[in-house]
Ligand binder design. Structure first.
Ligand SMILES: Nc1ncnc2c1ncn2[C@@H]1O[C@H](COP(=O)(O)OP(=O)(O)O)[C@@H](O)[C@H]1O
Ligand SMILES: [Mg+2]
Length: 321
């Protein structure tokens, strides 16, 4: 920790998880950049009982990537911190991919999804009947990150179908909602575009290669490895992402059209031939922002954090909603 001499310098916590106590390597240089801007910076693990959150003027969620099996605990922690960004109401809404259904209701293009809910008690035959009959499909939990517990299956292959049934069954038995989606071939053809926004301003985009080759396999890691590269997003992608963020603003409990754009947001889009891009995922909780892949991105993130401290809590956002 450093502090500027004289007057109280604002203190910011960058939040990570126990497996990455020094932050993710993309975020680590942020500490120095924030200190250069006169802030005192602490790196804290979200579930560390020794962390003194009251010491901070601002608490910024970064690599807290281990909450998907402990969402309740994570939300309790988020709700206890009025200084948290993004704020707790945003974290609550966005940490469960059912938000995609909210956006789809508003007419936004999202990847078409069939939802399997654990309380429905599906038999293996029920699951079989709900999977697509053709092409490849994806199973993933509604609460997840880092492509964990996510697998790709081939509808017409009996072995693959059997693995899919086991996968869905395992998640449902653990009380987790399961999403069934057609595998979008565009992801193999073009990959995804991840667009990063800071306070509503487009900062940069990166390209993400395809992730899924087959059935879900257990991993000890926090995420499956991604292949990211610098990318110049099109006007259409930037406009689509902005529109999705505007809709999300109206949808998230506690927010309104008058609320301030969020400190950070990442919009993951899949390009389609001759149509608007489709939303794969909107990341408002703990997105990787990939600053090393775009000139000046890390400085823009540091500036946005300074600005967030200067602005203070948004009176038009009810974090307790
Ligand atoms: N319907 C789909 N079609 C093609 N690829 C998919 C599909 N759903 C997920 N994927 C792949 O799996 C990755 C992780 O899925 P995503 O929905 O982004 O969840 P998360 O990143 O939270 O684990 C995506 O980046 C993409 O590569
Ligand atoms: Mg994703």
């Amino acid at each position: 920790m450093t502090s500027t001499s004289g007057a109280h310098s604002a203190r910011v916590a960058l939040v990570t998880c126990a497996d990455l106590p020094e932050l993710d390597e993309e975020d680590a240089p942020l500490v120095g950049l924030l200190e250069d801007r006169g802030l005192a910076v602490g790196v804290e693990v979200w579930d560390d009982p020794a962390a003194d959150w009251s010491a901070y003027d601002l608490v910024v969620v970064r690599s807290a990537w281990d909450y998907s099996l402990r969402r309740r605990e994570f939300l309790d922690w988020a709700r206890s911190l009025p200084t948290l960004r993004n704020p707790a109401n945003v974290v609550a809404w966005n940490s469960d991919k059912h938000y995609l259904a909210d956006l789809a209701k508003d007419g936004q293009s999202v990847v078409e999804t069939l939802w399997l809910e654990p309380e429905r008690g599906y038999s293996k035959r029920d699951l079989h009947n709900r999977f697509p009959a053709r092409e490849d499909f994806v199973l993933k939990p509604a609460v997840s990150a880092g492509s964990l517990d996510t697998g790709r299956y081939t509808a017409t292959n009996a072995d693959s179908r059997r693995l899919a049934i086991m996968h869905a069954h395992r998640l449902l038995e653990a009380g987790r909602s399961v999403m069934v989606q057609r595998y979008m071939p565009e992801v193999d053809a073009f990959g995804e575009t991840a667009l990063v926004f800071l306070h509503g301003e487009f900062s940069h985009a990166v390209h993400k290669g395809p992730m899924l080759v087959g059935a879900d396999e257990p991993t000890d890691g926090l995420y499956k490895p991604e292949v990211m590269s610098p990318f110049a997003a099109s006007e259409l992608e930037i406009d689509t992402a902005k529109e999705i963020l505007a809709f999300a603003r109206e949808r998230i409990p506690g927010r309104s059209a008058g609320s301030r754009p969020l400190l950070y947001a990442r919009v993951d889009l899949v390009r389609r031939e001759g149509q608007r891009p489709v939303l794969m995922e909107l990341e408002l909780v703990e997105p990787s922002l990939f600053p090393s892949l775009a000139d000046g991105a890390l400085d823009r993130i540091a500036d946005a954090i300074v600005r967030e401290i200067e602005l203070g809590p948004d009176p038009r956002n009810d974090a307790s909603a």
